[in-house]
Unconditional design. Structure first.
Length: 178
């Protein structure tokens, strides 16, 4: 498994795949046991925007939902927020996120990577507060904005740290730590 820099606090991301970065939209996923925050980026992978908050359902319904979303939005890869401790060690919830990511990879056939999501919810809360939203309104938007912040952090990773490795189509280009 490759270790890669994620600019959100200059932390690490863990890649499932290596290879050329796919061209097209990526889906940012802020996993929760009740809700999942989703964000998407443009085809050129420059700007991430909040998409929606998905209320968790039975696996069969979720599988159908993600398959339709991937097809509709032409998603080429998944970026999942990975909850880690301040030390950088993975948390118990990290295991749930990884299991969900493995499941998404299996049903969609898309590459999955994990990005340290420390502080993404706090940053999202502050941004929503600065936008004048009341606490109750912020709670309703928090997960999808956290997904946007995490996905944008991935997109803003230094391009000079990208290494292209041709290992097949629709693979994620690693961003290595030096």
């Amino acid at each position: 498994m490759e270790l890669n820099v994620c600019p959100l606090k200059n932390t690490l991301i863990h890649m499932h795949h290596t290879g050329k970065r796919p061209i097209g939209p990526l889906l940012g996923i802020d996993f929760g046991t009740v809700r999942v925050g989703l964000a998407i980026c443009d085809r050129d992978q420059k700007i991430a925007v909040p998409l929606l908050i998905y209320e968790r359902q039975k696996r069969e319904q979720e599988a159908e939902y993600y398959l339709q979303l991937v097809k509709k939005e032409r998603i080429v890869g998944l970026v999942m927020g990975l909850p880690v401790h301040m030390s950088g060690a993975e948390s118990k919830k990290s295991l749930q996120v990884r299991a969900y990511g493995d499941w998404l990879k299996q049903i969609t056939g898309l590459p999955v990577l994990y990005c340290d999501e420390r502080f993404s919810s706090a940053f999202a809360w502050d941004e929503l507060k600065a936008g004048g939203l009341k606490a109750s309104q912020r709670k309703k938007q928090l997960d999808k904005v956290a997904a946007q912040i995490m996905l944008q952090a991935y997109l803003d990773s230094p391009k000079d740290k990208v290494q292209e490795v041709d290992v097949g189509p629709l693979e994620v280009m690693p961003r290595t730590v030096e």
